[in-house]
Every structure is written in structure tokens, then in C-alpha cells.
Design a protein around this ligand. Sequence first.
Ligand code: NAD
Ligand code: UD1
Length: 318
Amino acid sequence: MTPTHVLVTGGAGFIGSHVSRALLARGAAVTVLDNLSVGTAAAVAPGARLVTGDVRDRAAVAEALHDVDAVVHLAAQVTIRGSFERFYDDLDTTRMGTANLVRTLDPARVRWFTLASSMAVYADAPSAAPITEAHATQPLSPYGVGKLAAEQVCGQMLAHLGVPLTVLRFFNTFGPGQTYTPYVGVITIFLTKLLRGESPVIFGDGEQARDFVHVDDITAGVLGSLGRAEGTFNLGSGRGTSLNALAGLLTDQVAPAATVLREAERPGELRFSVADIRAAREAFGYRPTRTLERDLGGVVDDIRARLSAPPETPPHPR
Ligand code: NAD
Ligand code: UD1
């Protein structure tokens, strides 16, 4: 099916604003449901309808679902480390918010559902070799527990309702538009600190590896699979980078004289997390085109612009 009107939950956030813009550019109508806890109304794609509300609120969800034929469900509290302090709210949003969406939608109208899941559902890997979707699931954090529960809620309930489902396990996404908080993506944290003249801090020995994937590639994966590829797919770059290598790359680019500090490893984090992306390539032609080395420029420009914005709109740690 080709969706004509898509509900993007979390559409005022980082990935959701990129996805909404791409859907609108493709000619679809877009409704955004977001409680603006992290995202902002200003980030909502021009031309999208904004419903300000919580995914756990049945009335807000019913209003947002009006006239919609596909759902891209991105709303969540996006932080592995923060999910330990806020585990109840995190789980409630991810598990019950997802269940609320599914029970409220009309399966005669909504003909596709895409769920944003995460590499945080996986058990740790023994090395930085890419892992496939068949890798064991054994979340180390409350955030990962919530994401795995959301996958199961969707898998069971949408099969029962006869609505096709795509589960996309995003790996570490970078790009312009990510809100700076102490919990958010390491690239945004390191670049913000370096551009402010502060020292980035590596947690642990820095030999942990992550798969850093550009938000444009994630967006292409969301749109490429929507209405087309049922199943569960990793979306990453397919390449691992250690934190030590990342810190070297970022300091070289923006502050070669900066010192990198070290602190203890944080609980709940995977040591190795690199995606095998062959399943997505075979199912819907997913081919990432961006790289860390070439495509950091837009992120640096975006963070510089935010840092020089008037004090009413600073990047806000929470
Ligand atoms: P984000 O925080 O920028 O966006 C999430 C949005 O959801 C925010 O705008 C927030 O205001 C909204 N939200 C939070 N709780 C809500 C609620 N109860 N009701 C309605 N709206 C709510 O994060 P993002 O990086 O754009 O992440 C989008 C999705 O992708 C999330 O599901 C996240 O778990 C997943 N994901 C992200 C990454 C990453 O590296 N950024 C990696 C894997 C998975
Ligand atoms: C990130 C996402 C998570 C997503 C997962 C998918 C965020 C906040 N989290 O988790 O939603 O499900 O990717 O792959 O975007 N680090 C430091 N110093 C810092 C910050 C981080 O050393 O100041 C390290 C962390 O310990 C970790 C690595 O950098 O080893 C990556 O951290 P981060 O960018 O927060 O992402 P994840 O926790 O992997």
C-alpha cells in the first residue's frame, strides 16, 4: 500500500521531524502526535498537523488517528542511561503508550504500522562483528525492556487485528536536530562540549563500539519499508566505531587541542553494538549513503547555530 496520511508519533523530535518532512515531500499528509516533553512545536515539519498530547491518552490518540491510513510510532523517552532513574515512566510510555495506540486504531482504516525499536533489545555481542536480527534479545536497560515489550505488544495485537507491521531496530542515530540533554546521543554531547570549549568524557575504556547511522539513512529506511516490507529489521550503517576513535575524529574536526576525560563505565550499556543490515537491503533496498567521516558538517553547523542562539532558546539539559 502507499500511505496517503501518516500519523508520526514523536514527530516533534529528532528522527520524527526528519521523517515527517520526507513524508510530506513524498506527497503524503502528516499528523504529528507529541507531548512536547523533548520535541518542540517549532521542529514540527511545516505542513504537518500537530496534536499536542500523550500517547497514553486515549482521547489525544483518537484525535491524532483521524483520517490516518498508516502509523509511524516514534514517541518514547529516548535514553538508555536515563531509563534507570525514570524506569516507571519510560516503561509506561513505551509499553502502555504503544498498547494504547494499537487498541485505539481502527484496523479497517489503518493499513500499516511501523514501530521504532532499538538495538537496546539485544543481548550484548561478544565482539564488534555485526549482529543480525536473529541475535538473542536480552535487554540490559529498562529502556530496552520497554522496547522489546512494545515489539511484542505490536506483534501480538496487530497480527490479531490484521494490520501489517514493520519493526525497525535503529542503531545510534546522529544528524542535525537532536536535542541536547545529558542523556542524548554521544555525538551531540561531544560536539556541544567541544564547541563550548569543554572536555568530552568517555565512559569506560572507550573500546566499546557503536554503529553510528545518519538520520537521513534512518529516514530512507522508514520510508522505504513503509507499506512495503513486513518484519523486523536492523537499521544502522553496518560499521562499528569505538568511542576512542569517535572522540579522536570529533576533536580533530572541531577542537584539536581539547582534552578527553575518562569516567567509569555506565550500567545497562552494551559493549558491542553493530548492525548487520543485509535483511533490510534485501527486503526494501536499504543502502546507507552517509558516513561519519563525511557527514558531520551539518551536525556541527546545527550545534553552532543553537549555541549562538539567544539565551531564551539554549539547548536545554534536563
Ligand atoms: P526524541 O526524544 O528527539 O523524539 C521523541 C519524541 O517523543 C519527542 O519529541 C518527545 O517529546 C516525544 N514523546 C516522549 N514521550 C511522549 C509521550 N508520552 N507522548 C507523546 N510524545 C512523547 O528522540 P529520537 O532520537 O527522535 O527517537 C525517536 C525514536 O527512535 C524513539 O522511539 C527512540 O527510542 C528510537 N531510537 C532512537 C535512537 C537514536 O539513536 N536517536 C536509536 C534507537 C531507537
Ligand atoms: C543510543 C540511543 C538509544 C538507542 C540506541 C540505539 C540516545 C540517547 N540513545 O543509545 O535511544 O536505542 O542508541 O543504538 O540517543 N558515552 C560516553 N560519554 C558521554 C555519552 C556517551 O562515553 O558523554 C558513551 C556511552 O557510554 C555509550 C556510547 O557513548 O557507550 C553511546 O552512547 P549514546 O550516544 O548515549 O547511545 P546509546 O546509549 O548507545
